[in-house]
Design a protein around this ligand. Structure first.
Ligand code: PBG
Length: 338
């Protein structure tokens, strides 16, 4: 019997559609699949694996193991791999000369992966930081990062990557005008099918910390005039959102085929605005620090690993992203049953 003080039952019961797994699946608004993942992978020149201390579960892989990983990506249904080189400190210099070496680590790794699994897309970072002894993404003169001379080097690097077989060039340097310069060079070099996914809205972020260990780029941070300790003169201020739309608009106008927001989780508002404004394939990079945070908590038993990984990745799909660049890619694909 209905008691008087409960007379007003809810007219709408949203819980009705949550009562069982089958109906939750039926009304689900976004779905994450292995096809949404780009596997972020670190390659080194030596043999075997070198674990990255600040990223438990991630190792620098040899070229041979990268090729095997490409075969594994194909098996797991992961469409693409983003490859990041760890370069020996002794081989770095102020101008990042090895960035465009056609016989260097990146070219070798790309060729090995494309030979092993041609069906898997290979994406290369166009940026100097793995190759410069100061760890910056640009050439430096009198304590300033030079824009246009840096672009000339980036174009040589991008063309080298494309000629080695890279399918997607991902300029991550944040110099003005680099997408247009790359696009022109690709067109005039007969490489018109090579795609550009620009790191369009890339923020100067604390969350890239573990990546510097991963690629052996540890010197940034001395804070001296000729070696500024941060990337704030070229990467974006985390307080800004409208500016991200201007960055994305420029990169699209210059010829980017896809755009990226980076970091990922703390920037879901930017992902959503970019998707809604441009209706372009928009990706988010779940960066090294996000990976490290989740791993640190799960290793302590503070979070459930499986649920934390899938929820963090699913959030990008809910925000409208076409996909996610993540170090969790193979683990996540297996969790999804691949
Ligand atoms: C290079 C680059 C960085 C990352 C990807 N490409 C570091 C930076 O811009 O300082 C970060 C990746 C990560 O943290 O996982 N420009």
């Amino acid at each position: 019997m209905k008691s008087a003080h409960l007379a007003a039952y809810p007219a709408l019961r949203l819980r009705r559609l949550r009562q069982a797994d089958w109906v939750r699946r039926l009304v689900r608004e976004s779905v994450l699949t292995p096809a949404d993942l780009i596997w972020s992978m670190v390659v080194h020149e030596g043999e075997g694996e070198v674990p990255v201390g600040s990223m438990p579960g991630v190792s620098r892989l040899s070229v041979k193991d990268c090729a095997k990983a490409a075969v594994e990506a194909r098996r797991l249904g992961i469409p693409a791999i983003a490859v990041f080189p760890h370069i020996d400190g002794a081989k770095k210099d102020a101008t990042g000369s090895l960035a465009h070496d056609p016989n260097g680590l990146v070219a070798t790794a790309v060729k090995a992966m494309k030979d092993a699994a041609p069906e898997v897309g290979i994406m290369c970072d166009v940026a100097l930081d793995p190759f410069t002894d100061h760890g910056h993404d640009g050439l430096i003169e009198n304590g300033r990062i030079l824009n246009d001379p840096t672009i000339e080097t980036l174009v040589r690097q991008g063309i080298m990557q494309a000629e080695a077989g890279a399918d997607i060039l991902a300029p991550s340097d944040m110099m003005d005008g680099r997408c247009g310069a790359l696009r022109q060079a690709l067109e005039s070099g007969g490489l018109q099918d090579v795609m550009i996914m620009s790191y369009a809205a890339k923020y100067a972020s604390a969350f890239y910390g573990p990546y510097r260990e991963a690629i052996g780029s540890g010197k940034l941070g001395t804070g001296s005039v000729d070696n500024p300790g941060d990337k704030k003169t070229y990467q974006m201020d985390f307080a800004n959102s409208d500016e991200a739309l201007r960055e994305v608009a420029l990169d699209i106008a210059e010829g980017a085929d896809m755009v990226m927001v980076k970091p990922g989780m703390p920037y879901l508002d930017i992902v959503q605005r970019v998707v809604e404004t441009f209706a372009m394939p928009t990706f988010a990079f779940q960066v090294s620090g996000e990976y490290a945070m989740i791993k640190a908590a799960t290793q302590n038993g503070w979070l459930d690993e499986e649920r934390a990984i899938l929820e963090s990745l699913g959030a990008f799909k809910r925000a409208g992203a076409a996909g996610v660049i993540t170090y969790f890619a193979p683990v996540a694909a297996r969790l999804m049953g691949a």
